[in-house]
Design a protein around this ligand. Structure first.
Ligand code: FE2
Ligand code: FE2
Length: 337
């Protein structure tokens, strides 16, 4: 089994109670309080959910693997998941035209092409300092060092042409089984090229809730089978909105003096995701909604949620950077404000 990261520091009542329990304390795990900690971006909320989920990925150094299925942890996780999902659905209901009978492919294409506020990749391409680019890599490491894994939970829940399409995308994400070629491994190369620590989970303690929410969203959709259509919508929009930004990150790395190997993660995506976008929209979503038209609105909800969560992630980075501040919770890069 791969090595496990260290448990980060607790940062509020939810993580304090969870980490105490994981380290052998009695299970006094509170329910989340949406008034005190926003289920969409709360720092304590999303670290607690991230740790609860990561028990199902790599676990944590010194924490008994049995806690993955500990009933108190699962009950606690469900409380967080329900609050997160409720908040996401409240936003989604703001668009009543999406409810009811939906053409999922056309709606996803519209979401992928409509402007959604300031572009993070354009800022990084044109304006980011080297330190901001490194912060960007640190933010993305929480998901990209396990890239593809949260979507893979969907595979055993599918069959037929939709499963074949999903497998084709995931096979590329895992580098067709070639050691070191999985996209998660290529991201480690990019991190190392910038002098960052590519160890799985190395920077989780520095990440705000708005960043951890991007990964938690996929685990939410991946780990609950009833949310499979949301997972499909998430993956499809993910692939459909990848090529432009990935190309801009290549340019940013070039402008800031990054090496060819630092660019490779992004170059691979520019090439692969043209095809992945077509497979995801036409064969994955297409086959799935042809067979399950009643789930089309849920496919769209999954895509909308990705767009909303990414919007908050972008807003935080741009707001802090344009105010000359670090976007991380801790100053871990030399020169950070
Ligand atoms: Fe990828
Ligand atoms: Fe892809």
């Amino acid at each position: 089994m791969s090595s496990s990261p260290r448990l980060p520091d607790a940062r509020g009542p939810l993580t304090e109670a969870l980490f105490d329990h994981l380290q052998g304390g009695s299970p006094r795990l509170p329910a989340p309080d949406p008034e005190a900690d926003d289920p969409l971006i709360g720092d304590d909320f999303h670290l607690a959910l991230h740790v609860a989920y990561d028990l199902a990925y790599r676990g944590f150094e010194g924490i008994d693997d049995g806690y993955e299925w500990d009933l108190d942890v699962l009950r606690f996780r469900r409380g967080l998941e329900d609050a997160f999902e409720t908040a996401l659905r409240a936003e989604s209901r703001a668009q009543p035209s999406e409810v009811g009978h939906v053409d999922a492919r056309a709606t996803l294409t519209r979401i992928a092409t409509e402007p959604v506020g300031p572009s993070l990749s354009t800022y990084v391409e044109e304006h980011a300092t080297r330190m901001q680019l490194e912060e960007f890599l640190i933010h993305r490491s929480a998901y990209q060092r396990k890239e593809a894994d949260p979507h893979t939970w969907g595979l055993p829940r599918l069959d037929g042409p939709a499963k074949a399409a999903f497998v084709e995308i995931q096979a590329d994400e895992y580098g067709e089984g070639r050691p070191g070629e999985a996209h998660a491994d290529l991201f480690a190369v990019t991190m190392s090229a910038f002098g960052l620590d590519p160890t799985y989970g190395a920077y989780v303690g520095a990440l705000p809730g708005s960043t951890l929410a991007t990964g938690n969203l996929i685990s939410l959709f991946g780990l609950q089978r009833r949310l499979l259509p949301c997972l499909i919508g998430h993956l499809a929009l993910f692939e459909m909105t990848s090529v432009g930004p990935m190309g801009r990150y290549v340019q940013a790395i070039r402008r800031l003096g990054g090496t060819g190997e630092a660019q490779r993660f992004y170059e691979v995506h520019v090439e692969a995701d043209v095809r992945h976008a077509e497979i995801a929209r036409d064969r994955l979503v297409g086959s799935y909604v042809d067979e399950h038209p009643e789930h089309a609105a849920e496919v769209v909800f999954g895509a909308e949620s990705l767009s909303a969560v990414e919007g908050r992630f972008t807003a935080h980075l741009l707001a802090t950077w344009t105010a000359d501040q670090s976007s991380l919770r801790e100053r871990i890069l030399a020169g950070a404000a």
